[in-house]
Design a protein around this ligand. Sequence first.
Ligand code: NCD
Length: 301
Amino acid sequence: MNIKHVIESQQFSREDLEGLFALATSLEGKRTKDLDGKIMAALFYEPSTRTRLSFESAMERLGGNVISTENAKEFSSAAKGETLEDTIRMMHHYADAIVLRHYEKGASERASKVSSVPIINAGDGAGQHPTQGLLDLYTIQRELGSIDEAHVTMVGDLKNGRTVRSLSYLLGKYKDVTVSFVAPEALRIGDDIKEYLSAHNATFTETDNLESVLSISDVIYMTRVQKERFQDPEEYERLKGSYIFTREMADRMKESSIIMHPLPRVDEIQPEVDDSPHAAYFKQASYGVLVRMALLKTLLG
Ligand code: NCD
């Protein structure tokens, strides 16, 4: 795989993805010294639990070390007015890779322009979250056995949800995939994604009616309405409860189908769904460590 920085999910070829996923599976349960002596910096300007800690756990499991700032908007020199570029120009002397989460779309791309070490985009505003896309795709492969021919339904805030965007680009690389986008009018998926899917011969449909695709989907991918991206709090209040997945709905899904969510959830999936055989969201989060191990090993090994 010939990749230096991880900025957007469409940069991975299908071959890259297959190699990465095979490596991820081979690393399950392993502790190695592959990255002994290497340092990963986690530079986070927005809240995170899973992404930051699973990256840190992945690095530690490969024998590497971690330095991190989890509230860089307030606690780094950004609070004093330092530009992201200056922060990165210094950080690349401190670490062998920088995992960056930022509130602005395009931040990782900007960082990559001035960084001599790999920048890994861990979420750039409403832009992308490519490593979440990778672990989501890996979850589909592990749980369904194959990604080709899958019918994946994404539900909720498709306008602001960066994980949906990254996963959609990845699905465009597989054969005979069908994507159903389920969202209220105000939160519909962007035209860039639809154009990409059309150009890659993936079938997609758009609706605001989850019921219409519930029993024909292989994956129901629920998402949180992204409160932090709303200018108008009333608009958020109006839209936040748009889709709530219940146990009764889970029981009407296709037998082998799964429910995913990048987490954190607010109320999009009721707790009663958690012990449904279809619920895959906690497993999905656990696969994040494997996929991030594979990625770090590939970039730094
Ligand atoms: C997502 C994110 O940050 O975009 N969280 C995550 O990394 N698992 C989804 C979200 O915050 O809704």
